[in-house]
Design a protein around this ligand. Structure first.
Ligand code: PHE
Ligand code: NA
Length: 452
């Protein structure tokens, strides 16, 4: 059997790392990680999150990239080809469909949050964040959400920008933007950590993140930590697999996986170190929910020299980081329509964009006129997040581990990962036993069939 020729390849050696980092680093690190850490009470959650990244996130990422590169295509096609070559039932391609669907569903609520970041870049400039207390900033956040036109306008802007870039083709745009974006974001976060250090709350913030009390090691927190590990590394959502399909042969999948996971984790921890000290110094509740960073950070900026300039730059960076993640969520769908059905990328972007806009506008209404519309007992915004992070992505992860660990002929993964024997054995152990068992336990717990 001859291997599929790649249709698209990254332009430079760093292309994949830049794009995958672009996909991974986003609102998950700067917005979601801090706010769920706050909700689950700090250190214990952080510890479980780090364990999930190491034990599940990295092995699954390696597996996904390998399948993408071996199958050279969007998730459904790549999995079909790999299975045809390496053994396994054609029905495995359903895992690809589920991943694509998950990526799309995430995008539907992600554009709302990205819209907040865009709006806050602007609000930083026009002085509407001049409130001198977190309560004042909480009111600004609430008022913004209560107004469907403001909220919707910014979300639509994000969606259109995303579709426009995806329609044009990802490589050049993403690769170029990332060369200066990622270092910039890291520097901004370091400056904010420096500010947080002087805020008077640093000790408490640090302790909140890194010291844990065993009573908080709950099954519920583990569930959230596992889901977030998938979310933050963009796993089982089509993004990493599709980007992986553009990696040239001969580039190390293992090294790049570690690089992406390490950068992603560092950004999340830096964001936590920047945010929690400010929260404690101002007597704010860390479990304030999705608005957490939008109520705390603007306050810090106001008290810093050149705060307005920093604030604008910071929210602009967060907006761009969100945009590069958003692009990767829909890349699989667009690549699929393009390869499989011969639709041009532009048309594919317009078609999927229409569906995206409809659902995301409904999700946005969760914050105002539709606050009472419930799906599975929560708002549409929360339901989209919950279904994808808690169920679809871990399920995709388990299935991909089983496919690579048990079904494919051994040499396929051996060729792609190209690890020394001990390293390969370790990877195999993780995907055969550790990932499936851990994820299964978490599922059983979620269903109420296993207590811990
Ligand atoms: N990893 C991104 C973040 O942390 C979110 C994401 C999820 C991107 C799934 C692509 C696919 O913000
Ligand atoms: Na992330």
């Amino acid at each position: 059997m001859t291997r599929e020729k790649p249709k698209n390849l990254w332009l430079s050696r760093w292309g994949f790392v830049l794009a995958a980092t672009g996909s991974a680093v986003g609102l998950g690190n700067i917005w979601k990680f801090p706010y769920i850490t706050g909700e689950y009470g700090g250190g214990a959650f952080v510890l479980m999150y780090l364990a999930c990244i190491l034990a599940i996130g990295i092995p699954v990422m390696m597996t996904e990239i390998a399948i993408g590169r071996r199958g050279r295509g969007s998730p459904i096609d790549a999995i079909s080809r790999v299975v045809r070559e390496g053994g396994g039932h054609p029905a495995w391609k359903a895992v690809g469909s589920m991943a694509m669907l998950a990526g799309f569903m995430i995008l539907c609520f992600y554009v709302v949050v990205a819209g907040w970041a865009f709006a806050y870049t602007w609000k930083m400039l026009d002085g509407s964040l001049a409130a001198s207390s977190v309560e004042g900033l909480a009111q600004v956040f609430e008022a913004h959400n209560a107004n469907p036109w403001a909220l919707g306008g910014w979300s639509v802007l994000v969606a259109l920008l995303t579709l426009w870039i995806v329609g044009k083709g990802v490589q050049a745009g993403v690769e170029r933007a990332f060369r200066w974006m990622m270092p910039g974001l890291a520097v901004m976060l370091l400056i904010l950590v420096g500010y947080a250090f002087t805020s008077g709350g640093f000790d408490r913030g640090f302790a909140f993140l890194f010291s844990f009390d065993t009573s908080k090691l709950t099954g519920e927190a583990l569930l959230a930590a596992l889901g977030h590990a998938f979310f933050t590394l963009s796993l089982a959502s089509g993004a990493i697999l599709t980007y992986g399909s553009y990696i040239p042969d001969g580039q190390s999948i293992v090294r790049t996986s570690f690089m992406v996971a390490i950068i992603d984790t560092c950004v999340a921890l830096l964001a936590g170190l920047a945010i929690f000290p400010i929260i404690f110094a101002n007597g704010m509740d860390p479990s304030a929910g999705p608005g957490l960073i939008f109520m705390s950070l603007p306050l810090a900026f106001q008290q810093m020299p050149f705060g307005t300039a920093f604030g604008v730059l910071f929210f602009a960076m967060v907006s761009i980081a969100a945009l590069t993640s958003a692009i990767s969520m829909i890349e699989a769908t667009v690549a699929y329509l393009n390869e499989k059905h011969g639709v041009s990328r532009t048309k594919a972007a317009i078609g999927s964009g229409a569906v995206l806009l409809t659902i995301s506008l409904l999700a946005m209404l969760s914050f105002n006129v539709g606050a009472d519309w419930k799906l599975f007992g929560t708002t549409l915004f929360d339901a989209l997040d919950y279904l994808t992070s808690r169920w679809m992505m871990p399920l995709g992860g388990i299935l991909m581990s089983l496919l690579a660990g048990y079904c494919l002929r051994a040499e396929i993964m051996r060729d792609e990962l190209d690890l020394p024997p001990l390293g390969h054995a370790l990877w195999l152990y993780m995907v055969r036993y550790v990932c499936p068992v851990l994820i299964l336990m978490v599922f059983l717990h979620a269903l109420g069939w296993l207590g811990f």
